[in-house]
Design a protein around this ligand. Structure first.
Ligand code: B4P
Length: 198
């Protein structure tokens, strides 16, 4: 099983790339944003609580996201690989992911960080707003989400750098150019793993 994380600020193109890469390699695409939005659509008590965080541009508390994500991911232990899109977003989530998944033989082999300048991120989020129906796609909330990203999510990069699993990709290019780079990084890591394990 080859598990990877697509990492990056809001609007970096994690979801866009995850769909392309999942289809190309036959991996399962697991987006925490989509999982949470599905729950909101069901208008459950949990959904109402989730909406109160997302609409303010805040992260949903770790315990809630981890419970939802693990329940879903562990149902797919036989997948060829999983692409984590939007998870982890805090150091606690990153540490927990390694702890839970490595024990089950589902370690994260690669983390791809999609790098895009802030002005471009805001532009993309505002463009997406016209057809996304997302209540968090507006200028004020996008700014807040970027602040939250810098303070809580960006430090996670150091965690993955230390364990030599991080590859940075320039996300400020066409969708195809970005996905070609991501495909190369995945193939290179797969070859390296195959070489080490014979
Ligand atoms: P997400 O659903 O993960 O939303 P995102 O980060 O804004 O989007 P993404 O980076 O996937 O951008 P996209 O491909 O759409 O999170 C939403 C909220 O859920 C969070 O704010 C948080 O509250 C909560 N949440 C989620 N995970 C959580 C966690 N682990 N812990 C706590 N809370 C969590 O791309 C953006 C736009 O750019 C699109 O319109 C796309 O068409 C365009 N685009 C993409 N690539 C492009 C390119 N190369 N060139 C030009 N445009 C491009």
């Amino acid at each position: 099983m080859f598990n990877l994380i697509l990492f990056g600020p809001p609007g970096a193109g994690k979801g866009t790339q995850a769909k392309i890469i999942a289809q190309h390699f036959g991996f399962l695409h697991l987006s925490t944003g989509d999982l949470l939005r599905n729950e909101i659509e069901k208008k459950t008590e949990l959904g109402i609580l989730l909406k109160s965080y997302i609409d303010k541009g805040m992260l949903v508390p770790d315990q809630i996201v981890m419970k939802e994500l693990y329940r879903y991911a562990l149902q797919h232990k036989n997948a060829k690989g999983i692409i984590f899109d939007g998870f982890p977003r805090t150091l606690k989530q990153a540490e927990s992911l390694d702890k839970v998944f490595c024990k089950k033989g589902m370690c994260i082999s690669l983390v791809i960080s999609i790098v895009v300048p802030e002005e471009e991120l805001i532009k993309r989020i505002l463009n997406r707003a016209s057809d996304s129906n997302r209540t968090d796609d507006n200028f004020q909330i996008a700014k807040k989400r970027l602040e939250v990203y810098k303070s809580l999510t960006l430090p996670v990069i150091e965690y993955y750098k230390k364990t030599n699993r991080l590859v940075e990709v320039n996300g400020n290019r066409s969708v195809t150019e970005v996905s070609e780079d991501i495909k190369k990084a995945i193939l290179s890591q797969i070859n390296q793993i195959n070489f080490i394990h014979g």
